[in-house]
Design a protein around this ligand. Structure first.
Ligand code: SF4
Length: 64
């Protein structure tokens, strides 16, 4: 699984709160970032949930 965050991110950090192991906030770019190139299996479920709950539809998932 690969995840990218688009420029639509409105920086409310909801994904960061939900899964800080995967998402972090970039203070320079004022948007969230993904910590992994390839998301570890154990985080897949929570990442899918974060994508569903993202109010800006900014979390793009590419499944393997
Ligand atoms: S939940 Fe969506 S809009 Fe909010 S910080 Fe994460 S990617 Fe950005």
């Amino acid at each position: 699984m690969k995840v990218t965050i688009t420029k639509n991110c409105m920086g409310d950090r909801r994904c960061n709160d939900l899964c800080p192991e995967v998402f972090e906030y970039d203070e320079d770019q004022l948007k969230s970032m993904v910590k992994f190139d390839k998301i570890p299996e154990k985080h897949h479920e929570i990442v899918r949930q974060a994508a569903e709950e993202c109010g800006a539809d900014a979390i793009m998932i590419e499944e393997d």
